[in-house]
Ligand binder design. Structure first.
Ligand code: FES
Length: 177
């Protein structure tokens, strides 16, 4: 390379890659369209998934029996609980055994056996004054204490007594035994 060529190379202007007007317009229009679409789509998306973001409504108390009718002998009560899970609403039937303890306070036990989930019953000929499970012979005391077969005590409903009525809430682990 001679001196002249060297000189030319050194002073050759750096070629910048410039955006054409057409590119500029398509980027600007594309960005604006995407932005406006998001504004329209996001509320729809929020509306579509909204029920999934809501907390499950299962914690309400249900009025089940007059307090005056509850005795120290457990009695079975049937009731329904309104549940909302996303878009799905249901009213599953529930059961409880309700009785008064030695302290005179009302308590309620779940009739679902803690062995494999059969339904127990109170005080048959095979188990006087005990809960009995027909499936594999589990036994529980009036307070729900597991005596045989089942590994855990019966679950207990949250109980509220208000204005002469007994209300049952969510199930929780047994607090009596
Ligand atoms: S399910 Fe109740 S004893 Fe097995």
């Amino acid at each position: 390379m001679n001196h002249n060529e060297q000189h030319e190379t050194a002073h050759k202007p750096v070629k910048r890659k410039e955006m054409t007007r057409r590119q500029f317009l398509s980027y600007t229009l594309g960005g604006a369209t995407a932005f406006m679409s998001m504004g329209a789509v996001l509320p729809m998306l929020r509306f579509a998934v909204d029920p999934l973001l809501e907390k499950k409504q299962t914690g309400a108390f249900v009025k089940v029996i007059e307090e005056g009718k509850v005795t120290s002998e457990p009695q079975q009560v049937d009731f329904k609980v309104h549940q909302v899970d996303g878009w799905y609403e249901s009213d599953p039937k529930m059961q409880a055994y309700i009785a008064k303890g030695d302290d005179g306070k009302v308590f309620a036990l779940s009739p679902i056996c803690k062995h494999l989930g059969c339904t127990i019953s109170w005080s048959g000929p095979e188990a006087p004054n005990l809960y009995h499970c027909p499936c594999h012979g589990a036994r529980y005391t009036k307070d729900g204490k597991n005596l045989k077969v089942a590994p855990k005590p019966l679950d207990e409903y949250e109980v509220k007594v208000d204005n002469g009525w007994v209300y049952l809430g969510p199930l929780e682990p047994n607090t009596r035994v």
